[in-house]
Write a protein that binds this ligand. Structure first.
Ligand code: SAM
Length: 272
């Protein structure tokens, strides 16, 4: 299924809600893992795509302090928060499909949980390839199967309880809609890249409560637009919170979260 425009929009308070309720529990553990892969490539110039509120940005700045990091995102509201949260980077608004950078400007292009939002993935990967130096590397991540993400599977169960006749589909069609390694490898090839590795990384998420996670997903992601098209946001968030608590437990909650971590390089014939 193709993503609609509302599936990639973060406006108003959404970036703050995302950053407060979801980043520490869900995105920070993977940012530490992905940033830990950067120093091995000894980059001087790193470009981050779909950087959101800067959780990976800060980890890259810490892991490779000598690198100049340029962080970009499509949504101005995300860039505003990111610029405040990760001031050590140069921030720019940018659509990953159309980057205003010169060819071969960067040694590493990094992207955490952003590629699944790009409407034409092969075109976005080709654009990343264009701005990558000949020996450069792309490091990116995407979620694995929904069933292997305890928090997001619980969220979907909550949304199905709230809207049994017309359950929102964003979570399965976008964040978890790009989980097939064969499709990813084919898109990399089409973008002029060789897939070096696609690794399944499963990490533990930890949140103060299921209600916190429900607040984050319902208010700080495009799920919000799906809820508002169907009913009341606060009422739905409460239903989702109770279903998530049934599945995850009360008090502090933990969950398995599986992602695919991808390393790719420019194909040899294009680097000659
Ligand atoms: C799930 S968030 C991930 C943000 C951040 N990388 C993190 O790990 O917290 C997805 C991000 O993709 C961005 N995005 C969506 N479509 C994009 C596009 N075409 N170009 C650049 N960024 C895009 C959104 O604005 C959002 O910040």
């Amino acid at each position: 299924m193709m993503a609609g425009d509302s599936d990639r929009v973060w406006v108003d308070s959404m970036p703050d809600a995302y950053d407060r309720w979801l980043v520490p529990a869900v995105f920070h553990p993977f940012a530490v893992d992905l940033a830990g892969r950067v120093p091995a490539h000894a980059p001087d110039r790193v470009l981050e795509l779909a950087a959101g509120t800067g959780v990976l940005t800060n980890e890259i700045l810490a892991a490779r302090p000598t690198a100049e990091v340029t962080a970009t995102d499509l949504n101005p509201a995300m860039v505003d928060v990111g610029r405040r949260r990760a001031p050590g980077a140069r921030w720019r608004e940018a659509n990953a499909l159309d980057l205003a950078f010169d060819a071969a400007e960067f040694d590493v292009v990094a992207c955490q949980f952003g590629v699944m939002f790009f409407p034409d993935k092969a075109a976005a990967l080709a654009e990343a390839r264009r701005v990558l130096a000949p020996q450069g590397v792309i490091l990116m991540s995407t979620w694995g199967d929904l069933a292997d993400h305890d928090f997001q599977a619980a969220l979907v169960a909550g949304l199905e309880r709230a809207f049994p006749d017309d359950p929102p589909s964003f979570m399965s069609s976008v964040p978890h809609g790009y989980a097939d390694p064969n499709v990813i490898a084919a898109d990399l090839r089409a973008g002029g890249l060789d897939c070096v590795e696609i690794e399944t990384v499963t990490l533990e998420g930890r949140a103060p409560s299921a209600a916190d996670l429900a607040m984050g997903y319902c208010n700080g992601t495009p799920v919000r637009a799906e809820i508002e098209a169907r009913g009341d946001l606060a009422t739905t968030t409460a239903v989702v919170a109770s279903v998530m608590e049934e599945r995850l437990g009360s008090g502090q909650v933990t969950g398995r979260m599986a992602a695919l971590v991808i390393e790719a390089r420019a194909t040899a014939e294009r680097t000659r």
